[in-house]
Design a protein around this ligand. Sequence first.
Ligand code: NAD
Length: 479
Amino acid sequence: MSFEGHMTIGGKPVTADDWVTVPNPAHLSSVVGRFPSGSAAHAGMAVEAAAAAFPDWRATPVEERGALLTRASAVLAEPPGDWVSLLTAENGKLLSESAIDFAVAGQNIATYASHPEWLESRIIDDARGRLVVRRQPLGVCVGIVPWNFPLIIASLKIGPALLAGNTLIIKAPEFGPLATLQALGEMASLLPPGVLNIVSGSGPEIGRALVTHPGVRKVSFTGSTETGRQVMADAAGHLARLSLELGGNDAAILLDDVDLSEQAIERLVTGAFMHTGQICIDIKRLYVHDSRYAELVEKLSAAVDQIVVGDGTRPDVTMGPINNSRQYEKVTKLLAETKAAADWVQLGRYAEGTDVADGYFMLPHLVLDPADDMDVVANEQMSPILPIMKFSSDDEAVTRANGTEYGLASSVWSADQERAFALADRLEAGMTFINAHSIFALHPDGPCGGAKQSGHGYEITEEALDSYTQLQSITNTHI
Ligand code: NAD
């Protein structure tokens, strides 16, 4: 397969002088395709195209914008099979995980499109006269997307930004952007030119040029906390509004009355190992009451041992490779350091015939009761390495779970719902799940956003519209 991606600016395909080759993380000796390395000049072109499209899009009635978005989102909801396999080839995830990326992205945009009433004005007529509070669009917005779930994450920016009447530039991920360029380019062709633009290239170059562009009114960034800090500093130059969806180091707390049935263990495995542990909302630290530690380790080890690692297109494979060289180098170093300093078990197996040296493969590992200050516990690892720690009281579990600058998601596992909700209330996290911990457990009416250094702002619900609109009070009052 060799696929040539292109950017979409002002409704037209755009390439660049420089290209970046995309390897297949499951077959490094084969190339999936290439994409244009967009420059600061391309960022300028995209801002110009989005600014030119803004007046008409803003003036389009919200119901019509919603109808256009619904039609365009169908491209993601029902993608051609070769887009799904393209995403797996460049990203490494299973075909089923790629299909989820498309389907949920389509759903997210369709959900926003079906809520034009979220933009209704508030009108107050009283003795003082009339007050109208309108939600006005901001203008040109930028959405910056990472590699792990590029379509879902792009959709969480496209839905609210475009429904609200803004125009948008999506910056595709640096690793494996081909399916995103293809699918969003197709989607853009179903909207007026310039309403949705998609660019590709290096973050420090085209990404930074977009963030610092004075014509950009809002940046919605999803990526690491480290890059988020840079984006925040850059956006300060022209006071662009910001949403930051950043890294996490999610703790799952398993209380002494936890249900460790087969179904619960399956949910723990999904929560920690789906997409090779490379999801922002993923169990990255597991705290279990010491009275249940041995049972948990035994049952979880047996379940994780069933994992089959290999090429995500194969039906017998249940976990794909690590996505990219940068991440692979980081996590192989982390694994070596962890193995030297703590007890661990390596589980699962490679699918028959897998050329392990030709991919960024890693078997799942459990790390047994490491100290909280070890890197594998203290930092976001985004890998199939799960540290399991013992605790002896609920207070201790809360203190240790909160002992991080991150605050994305967390979970409490208990047979007693009241007790779990009470404990959840004490956790510093934007999202807390009870007896589950994964993107499947997100409620469609629950705002999604991080606490502490995991971010600012919300996605998924009506609350997200707050950050893509400004309120305008229009008054005709006589006091
Ligand atoms: P990253 O921060 O390296 O890159 C994210 C995006 O930002 C990429 O498109 C990159 O090209 C761009 N970028 C890099 N430097 C930039 C700059 N100076 N200015 C503007 N753009 C720049 O992150 P990544 O490795 O692609 O993704 C993994 C991280 O994303 C993890 O930390 C993960 O937790 C986080 N993440 C968070 C969420 C969430 O909802 N909170 C969701 C998914 C991923």
